[in-house]
Design a protein around this ligand. Structure first.
Ligand code: HEM
Length: 326
């Protein structure tokens, strides 16, 4: 068959009709389930092989954690809108270091153009938890993206970890309640989501917290183990460069309830306890949840699934036909 010589995407025209070029419009499915499924599979392997689970979880949380339930307009309300990809927001002090996570996901995003950034960030975070041995989060997809830098969330909506708190709170517990209640979340969510710190590290060069390195970060998670997760069936992380930071847990690429056990016992000065971590055992209303999760990993996982799914949908405006599950 003879075809028109064209630039870009054009339909084949019948022979002899090359002057009438008929442009094809690439119809973007509102929610491309096939791409979402393929992306999910690719993320699983990619995140685990790089051992970047913690920073990816933090990226998802910092995108959605800007939500303000008191603002009706979207996307001014903030939340899981993908707006963290734009310069004004990624440059917020609370997001220091997270440009690395955007860079990690950038080559993957190119392969799945129909998937929104908001879906990508939330999917990657849920996958990162599961791939580290955590629970499967009941995720839904079809989030709309904020479309430009002017739609970024204002600075100051994410929580601080220690005094002085920008909102004038006198205690870490008061501060956490102000921030998480503004998102429409409650005490149980605050405590169980703090368990996200079972993964990862804090570095002086990013948040200002943590040591330059500890015995758990200098040689990889699990101190003397060769595997990043402390489990032999997961690959070894390439040795990171720069400041290695302090972790909250020994095996900081393993998602389990050790965060609650370590915060409760404060047994090891080489493990990090931020004031906002400590308060989950100090505040009377937080403590029962923290005790429960320290004693019972299944209970932690069951509640974590629910709260993480809520977090992933804060402020979301859905595409037509969404939300979808995979
Ligand atoms: C409760 C209020 C919270 C505060 C004050 C807080 C504070 C912090 C700080 C200071 C860091 C260190 C960042 C760095 O130096 O690179 C950090 C890291 C981290 N946070 Fe939180 N966070 C909170 C809640 C959460 C939640 C809800 C999650 C997820 C469910 C989460 C997941 C993480 C992870 C995975 C890291 C490690 C990142 C890495 O290793 O690169 N955090 N957080």
């Amino acid at each position: 068959m003879q075809t028109c010589s064209t630039k870009g995407a054009f339909r084949r025209a019948p022979v002899g009709s090359c002057r009438r070029r008929i442009p094809t419009v690439r119809v973007k499915a509102a929610v491309n389930v096939e791409q979402l499924k393929a992306l999910r599979e690719e993320l699983f392997n990619y995140i685990n092989s790089r051992g970047c689970n913690p920073i990816i979880v933090r990226l998802g949380w910092h995108d959605s954690g800007t939500y303000d339930k008191n603002i009706a307009e979207w996307p001014a309300c903030g939340g899981a809108t993908g707006s963290i990809r734009f310069k004004p927001e990624i440059d917020h002090a609370a997001n220091k270091g997270l440009a690395i996570a955007l860079g990690i996901l950038a080559p993957i995003k190119k392969k799945y153009p129909d998937v929104s950034y908001a879906d990508l960030f939330q999917m990657a975070s849920a996958v990162a938890v599961e791939a580290a041995g955590g629970p499967k989060i009941p995720m839904r997809y079809g989030r709309k993206d904020a479309s430009g830098p002017e739609q970024c969330a204002p600075d100051g909506r994410l929580p601080g970890a220690a005094h002085p708190f920008a909102d004038g709170s006198v205690s870490p517990a008061e501060h956490l309640r102000r921030v998480f209640y503004r998102m429409g979340l409650e005490d149980r969510d605050i405590v169980v989501l703090s368990g996200g710190h079972t993964l990862g590290r804090a570095r002086p060069e990013r948040s200002g917290f943590g040591e330059h390195s500890t015995k758990y970060t200098a040689v990889g998670p699990g101190a003397s183990t060769a595997s990043p997760s402390g489990s032999p069936d997961r690959p070894v992380t390439p040795k990171p460069v720069g400041q290695l930071g302090s972790s909250w847990t020994v095996n900081w690429l393993e998602f389990d309830n050790s965060y609650f056990r370590e915060i409760k016992s404060k047994r090891d000065a080489e493990l990090l306890v931020l004031p906002t971590d400590a308060c989950i055992f100090e505040d009377e209303a937080f403590r029962p949840y923290a005790e429960k999760y320290a004693a019972d990993q299944e209970a932690f996982f069951a509640d974590y699934q629910v709260s993480h799914a809520k977090l992933s949908e804060l402020g979301v405006e859905w595409e037509e036909g969404a939300p979808v599950t995979l």
